[in-house]
Design a binder for this molecule. Structure first.
Ligand code: HEM
Length: 336
């Protein structure tokens, strides 16, 4: 649809507001934690365009790399901080642990790293590549972009046993809130960042118990918090004792677009993971989820794109290594 001059003006206004909000709200903490804007301005000025074009070219042949890269950044930051420890190959590394088994998109990071080494050897960390690739993935799925402060260094430790920090899909809200608080992220950051499930898919093995194992609670056998009209749809996609690796959209009806419809799905009992639906059923998080669902307007409503960007900048500063800590890896899959 052709845009009118007034809607173009509105878009411009919203973009400027987003950038100003982010800059004003994130700069002080960002500097305190060792990352900064323009970190590679002199040492590798094309870093952002190299990562962006690499992600773009992979996305064109396989759009599922966008959710994969966003999730990878989350799983990196929650274990040893955002230090690319998730990329290390080997037995008993984070990558080999159960919660990371289905992570994908490693080849995109390796590809970007190769190009960056050719352009400016030994300068750009793998951790920064993941942070940029996550931002670019959101932008490629029609989400808002945001300025990513850079300067993370790569870690040298990667242990499968550390992945217990990651939230599990069966965690109560209390446990989810605690796991985020342990990383300096508050309840609003939790509700906002899990909104990353507006893109991508989950394997049946992570939620099909919700469709069949509740016969003690309901006559249908399904989790009573699922919209009864949604149950047959999910059962058709994940038959009982069927293929657990089959993938289903986390945001029904809008899995390829980064938007706030995820929260309306929660409101309608159409959250796919148990942990997702609890964001709505638990009073500790429902009010925040409701403020994204579009049912509350005006000052009480929250803009998902603005808040997601703000929380992502916070998350991507968790446990960042800088200065003489860590290293700049030569290849992302192994320490130097
Ligand atoms: C309570 C917190 C969270 C839990 C329990 C959780 C759990 C999960 C699970 C079980 C899957 C399905 C994985 C698969 O089948 O491959 C998934 C997918 C995904 N998660 Fe989360 N997640 C959480 C928070 C987040 C956050 C904070 C982000 C990003 C900021 C995120 C981004 C994603 C994305 C994009 C996918 C789709 C991946 C794909 O399509 O390959 N998640 N999550």
């Amino acid at each position: 649809m052709k845009k009118t001059w007034s809607s173009n003006l509105l878009d411009l206004f919203l973009s400027i507001t987003l950038i100003l909000t982010l800059l004003s709200s994130t700069l002080p903490s960002v500097h305190a934690q060792g990352t900064s804007f323009g970190f590679y301005a002199r040492t590798c000025p094309n870093v952002e365009s190299i990562v962006r074009t690499t992600v773009q070219s992979h996305f064109q042949s396989d759009p599922t790399v966008a959710p994969a890269l966003l999730r990878m950044h989350f799983h990196d930051c929650f274990v040893q901080g955002c230090d690319a420890s998730i990329l290390i190959n080997g037995p008993n590394t984070e990558k080999s642990a159960f919660p990371n088994r289905l992570l994908r998109g490693f080849d995109v990071i390796d590809d970007a790293k190769k190009k960056l080494e050719a352009a400016c050897a030994g300068v750009v960390s793998c951790a920064d590549i993941i942070a940029l690739a996550a931002r670019d993935s959101v932008a490629l799925t029609n989400g808002a972009g945001w300025p990513v402060p850079l300067g993370r260094r790569d870690g040298t430790v990667s242990l499968a046993s550390d992945t217990n920090n990651l939230p599990a899909f069966t965690d109560s809200i209390q446990v989810q809130v605690q796991k985020f608080a342990d990383k300096g992220l508050n309840t609003q950051d939790l509700v906002t960042l899990v909104g990353g499930h507006t893109i991508g898919t989950a394997a049946c093995q992570f939620f099909s118990y919700r469709l069949y194992n509740f016969s003690n609670t309901t006559t249908t056998g399904a989790d009573p918090t699922i919209d009864p009209a949604f149950v047959p749809q999910l059962r058709a996609l994940c038959p009982q004792n069927g293929d657990g690796s089959r993938r289903v959209a986390l945001d029904t009806g809008s899995q390829d677009t980064f938007d706030d419809s995820y929260y309306r799905n929660l409101q309608n009992g159409r959250g796919v993971l148990e942990s997702d639906q609890k964001l709505w059923t638990d009073p500790a998080t429902r009010d925040i989820a409701r403020r994204y669902s579009g049912t509350i307007g005006g000052l009480l409503g929250l803009r998902f794109d603005v808040e997601f960007a703000r929380s992502m900048v916070k998350m991507s500063n968790v446990g960042v290594k800088s200065g003489s800590q860590g290293q700049i890896r030569a290849v992302c899959t192994a320490v130097n």
